[in-house]
Ligand binder design. Structure first.
Ligand SMILES: Nc1ncnc2c1ncn2[C@@H]1O[C@H](COP(=O)(O)OP(=O)(O)O)[C@@H](O)[C@H]1O
Ligand SMILES: [Mg+2]
Length: 576
């Protein structure tokens, strides 16, 4: 699809209101006719002045009315275009957001942090600008250009020919400049977008930058990028300045030429003074829109680029939302010949077979990078298996209704994110049903959060994040655990959830978890083994395959990898 049809498709997608569009077309035609009437009325006025020696009141009143009407119409048109453009922006932004949050997580694996926000905020703005600011210039510019030409032709075709020559010459002079300008503005936009992405990522990781002392290197990178932006911007301005000067020269020269020619025709009686003045006014009607139209072309080109980027996102297939709805309660989970890889050449699992029995606690143990988190992602339906599948209630996880599935899974990650807002909002985030106070207190107690909340100035209503207090790693994990428990999930996934806790809070959480695990299927991923020793089954994974499985006792005797992991931990503890 080429860029222009991409833009057209996008504009049609937003279905601008027919009523507004037809009102606009009507107003535009009306106002253009009025615009053409002004010089003609002036001509009439001047000609009467020549004949009678004074202005006729009637004609003056008509001229004033035409002027006032034009002004009112122009205002209304600007308003209507602004409304159409902003309605469009509103719809596009909403659609983009809705679409983005439904894309598979793999899309975001390959997308820079600031990019989606850039599409939603900036690219929609560029398209809105074209519609609400440039389109009025475009429509009225085109009408007044052609209208003026036609009237001028009948007014004085010889002078019109002279002017046509001048206009064509200036157009030919401007053309190569505007092509180059388009290229420059595109490269400027691309560089700015990538810079925004880099800065977003950088400031989100400011601690890393400081801790690594990367200030100098980042400043250098930043300077280089700023310099290249500056260079491009200056080339753009040099071009604009040259073009401006040339255009000025050409326009002034044409005006002088046309004026001189016209004056000589007035002098030898081939043209009336009124006609001459009207001619000059029409000339302005042609020259001014030409300048505006070059802006429209620039905005149009920008909008084409934005439309391509927006359409790219809208064309990405969202996660399948339909599927079987099932209850996970009392359902065992079977992994059957599962193979999976993120990239084609590096398999994470090769034909994995294992089971997670309902109501039991299963631990997954293995060196880091072995695929524990990946398995959890697959259980939540975030990625598609290459071969094999995960079976729940006789169905492939990929055939299940994702929302229904995830509503029944409580997931706690190794480093749980918090959002800006109150502690309460963080706890009930995405609450699937209204959460009553009893449930809330129960989850808080289970996650061992009550004592912490009591120390907060506003309790549950304390602000967290950017404008509020900062939580420690352990506190975060406990908030995440409470959040997961509030869903009363049939399946609880703990992905090294206690790895960042000190051993004291970990011990507290272990007791809490014992309660939390009751009546649920629980899967714990861990490399710290104290958390998994009492699991009903422990699966040791290595190099994409199951090395062995059994309970702690069994593995201590039969798995050398498990033994070495246990020994490593005890050595660590002894050393500390
Ligand atoms: N989003 C991703 N895209 C590409 N590769 C990934 C992604 N997440 C993890 N990996 C890779 O997959 C492998 C398993 O990672 P992970 O499941 O996080 O291991 P674990 O949780 O056991 O430490 C690693 O080699 C890791 O580099
Ligand atoms: Mg992990």
């Amino acid at each position: 699809m080429n860029n222009t049809s991409s833009l057209i498709q996008l504009v049609r997608r937003t279905r601008p209101s027919r009523l507004l569009l037809s009102t606009l077309v009507l107003f535009t035609l009306f106002s253009s006719v009025l615009g053409l009437l002004v010089p003609l009325q002036t001509k009439k006025l001047l000609e009467e002045l020549g004949e009678n020696g004074h202005f006729s009141n009637e004609q003056v009143v008509i001229l004033i009315m035409v002027l006032v009407f034009s002004a009112v119409l122009a205002g209304l048109m600007t308003y209507i275009m602004g409304k159409i453009g902003n309605e469009q922006k509103l719809k596009l932004r909403g659609d983009l957001f809705q679409h983005l949050i439904r894309l598979p997580v793999s899309f975001f694996d390959n997308t820079r942090a600031g990019e989606p926000a850039n599409r939603i905020v900036k690219d929609t703005e560029i398209i809105e600008n074209l519609v609400s600011e440039q389109s009025v210039s475009f429509i009225s510019g085109v009408v007044s250009l052609f209208g003026s030409f036609i009237i001028l032709w009948f007014l004085d075709w010889q002078m019109t020919l002279v002017m046509l020559g001048a206009v064509t010459a200036s157009f030919l002079i401007i053309l190569p400049f505007s092509v180059r300008l388009t290229e420059l503005s595109k490269s400027l936009q691309d560089t700015e977008a990538s810079m925004l992405g880099r800065l977003t990522e950088l400031f989100a990781n400011i601690r890393l930058l400081r801790a690594q002392g990367a200030e100098k290197i980042e400043a250098k990178k930043n300077n280089n990028e700023l310099k290249s932006l500056y260079k491009t911007a200056m080339s753009e301005h040099t071009l604009l300045a040259t073009m401006g000067a040339l255009v000025n020269l050409v326009i002034m020269a044409s005006i002088v030429l046309v004026l001189g020619f016209g004056a000589s025709r007035v002098a030898n009686g081939a043209m009336t003074l009124g006609a001459f003045v009207a001619f000059i006014m029409f000339l302005l009607n042609i020259v001014l829109p030409m300048g505006q139209l070059s802006m429209v072309v620039a905005a149009f080109n920008k909008a084409k680029g934005a439309a391509v980027r927006i359409n790219e996102i809208l064309a990405t297939t969202p996660e399948n939302e339909s599927g079987h709805t099932i209850s996970l309660t009392d359902k065992s989970i079977y992994v059957r010949n599962l193979s999976f890889s993120y990239a084609d050449d590096k398999p994470v699992f090769k034909s994995l077979n294992c089971e997670f029995l309902s109501g039991k606690t299963t631990a997954i143990v293995g060196p880091s990078g072995v695929g524990k988190s990946t398995l959890f992602a697959l259980l939540q339906g975030f990625y598609q298996a290459r071969r094999g599948y995960i079976e729940i209630a006789g169905l492939n996880v990929e055939e299940l209704d994702r929302a229904n599935l995830r509503a029944q899974i409580g997931y706690v990650a190794q480093e749980s994110p918090l959002l800006c807002g109150t502690l309460y909002e963080n706890l009930v985030y995405g609450a699937y049903e209204a959460i009553d106070d009893e449930q809330l207190q129960h989850a808080i107690a289970t996650a061992d959060l009550a004592e912490f909340i009591a120390t907060l100035p506003d309790g549950l209503n304390t602000q967290i994040g950017e404008r509020g207090i900062t939580l420690s790693g352990g506190q975060r994990q406990r908030v995440a655990l409470a959040r997961a428990l509030l869903k009363d999930p049939a399946l609880l996934l703990l992905d090294e959830a206690t790895a960042s806790l000190d051993s004291q809070s970990e011990a507290a959480i272990q007791i809490a978890l014992k309660n939390a695990k009751k009546g649920r299927t629980t899967i714990i991923a861990a490399h710290r083994l104290s958390t998994v020793m009492d699991a009903d089954n422990i699966i040791v994974i290595n190099k994409g395959e199951i090395e062995s499985q059994g309970d702690h006792q069994y593995l201590m005797q039969h798995s050398s990898l498990y033994q070495s992991l246990v020994n490593k931990q005890f050595n660590l503890q002894a050393a500390s």
